[in-house]
Ligand binder design. Structure first.
Ligand code: ADP
Ligand code: ASP
Ligand code: MG
Length: 406
């Protein structure tokens, strides 16, 4: 019997009526002869609410308790879906992560899956969320925001599903966020590598880790809309190998991330060991540094170093550097949080030159200043001022011929 994993995100299960609609999608697949396991997120806004309560509850933050609390959102939707499925004549039961069990490491709040024993689930095939179990401590973990995507893909691999359908509030992966660019176009297919870059550069339609797991375990992955009529489903976007893409563009998509902060250290001594003095302590504190620019100054004795960190790490990074000011030897630390990283992604960049240069020119013509640039084989990113986000994304979208016709 063909086996299918269906995942429904927060807006798709926002209330009981929408959960009934989800049940209709499930029913269609069951009636088509599929064995179905469903992964559900918490109702829209529920996880945010739970996270806010954790913060409100006191300064004594405890990651394990955080997980115990935020995992509850998914318990509710899994149970409700089971009830609604029974109501329409399907056999169903809910499964929590630890009951499967889906085991993880102990990195509470952003745990990584260490294993899934699919056997019990295969026996009684049917539902859960973004939660797992750290076996040695017997505690509930969660996989980080958006983690239900990863649960669904990993579960697909564990139960040898023929396909994993990620149902969300858009009908596929678009050339850029369709909420920002109305002319964004749905892609019929996108390669794993491009999807991985798009997700890690800000397109939150899939959690980055879910794409990695799909790539590693060769899970056939689709993004579709739960708002389509359950009786007339549309195919959505297939995430596939590069070889399976017929129509190749130089640039496939534009992503952007507001989750960035810039730090500049002024007048740093221009001598060996300075970069290490700055970046080793940040690495030891688990702070990821992304773009780095070192300016060579005229007097050759000092230089400015600019780099970016995730917005959530900004204060911590600043503190670490301020504590080491004398040791590193810089005159001033400047920070900016109102910045955004805009990226263009496409496997076609491997074989075309001058792709990024066209973007620099186009942004300059719109008066947009570029604060930092990074490039790699299939993408380039630019840091700009936040108020220009939409203008920059739309400019690049048009520049690379991605606008929908008509
Ligand atoms: P869910 O709650 O179903 O997991 P998410 O909010 O995590 O849904 O992801 C879906 C959202 O991702 C869409 O509503 C859309 O605004 C956003 N998004 C960003 N970039 C893209 C893209 N390139 N294609 C499709 N959606 C995108
Ligand atoms: N409910 C979790 C979140 O909002 C997990 C998910 O939806 O994927 O991040
Ligand atoms: Mg999501």
């Amino acid at each position: 019997m063909p086996r299918l994993v269906m995942k429904f995100g927060g807006t798709s299960v926002a209330d009981v009526e929408r959960i009934r609609n989800v049940a209709r999608h499930v029913k269609r697949e069951v009636e088509a002869g599929q064995e179905v396991a469903v992964v559900v997120s918490a109702m829209a806004g529920k996880t945010d609410e739970l996270v806010a309560w954790c913060k409100e509850a006191g300064s004594h933050f405890d990651n394990a308790e955080y997980d115990a609390i935020v995992a509850s959102g998914e318990h509710v939707t899994a149970g409700l879906l089971a009830l609604v499925l029974k109501d329409i004549g399907l056999e169903a039961r809910s499964w929590q992560g630890w009951q499967i069990p889906l085991t993880t490491d102990d990195a509470h709040g952003s745990a990584r899956i260490s294993g899934i024993d699919g056997s019990r689930l295969i026996e009684g095939l049917k539902q859960g969320g973004f939660q797992g179990l750290h076996k040695p401590t017997n505690r509930v973990t969660t996989l980080g925001r958006g983690g239900s995507d990863t649960s669904a893909v990993a579960l697909s691999a564990a139960i040898h599903a023929d396909r994993c359908d990620i149902y969300t509030d858009v009908d596929g992966v678009y050339t850029t966020d369709p909420r920002v660019v109305p002319k964004a176009r749905r892609l019929n297919r996108v390669s794993f590598e491009e999807m991985l870059e798009m997700a890690s550069l800000g397109a939150k339609v899939l959690q980055v880790r879910s794409v990695e797991v799909a790539m590693l375990h060769k899970v056939k992955l689709c993004v579709r809309s739960s708002f389509d009529d359950p009786a007339r489903p549309k195919p959505g976007t297939l995430i596939c190998d590069e070889e399976d893409i017929v129509e190749q563009q130089v640039v496939t998509g534009i992503a952007f991330s507001r989750d960035e902060a810039q730090i500049t250290l002024r007048e740093v001594a221009d001598k060996p060991g300075v970069a290490a003095a700055i970046f080793v302590p940040l690495a030891e504190a688990n702070i990821n540094v992304d773009m780095i620019i070192q300016v060579v100054s005229d007097d050759t004795t000092t230089t400015d170093i600019t780099f970016t960190v995730a917005a959530a790490e900004f204060d911590r990074a600043k503190l670490i550097l301020e504590e080491r000011r004398e040791k590193i030897g810089y005159s001033k630390l400047n920070g900016a949080e109102d910045v955004v990283k805009i990226s263009a992604i496409g496997i076609g960049m491997r074989s075309h030159s001058g792709v990024a240069a066209r973007a620099f020119k186009a942004l300059a013509e719109k008066g947009i200043n570029i604060r930092a640039i990074t490039t790699s084989e299939i993408k380039f990113s630019m840091l700009i001022d936040e108020p220009y986000t939409e203008l920059a994304v739309r400019t690049l979208h048009t520049l690379y011929g991605l606008d929908a016709k008509g």
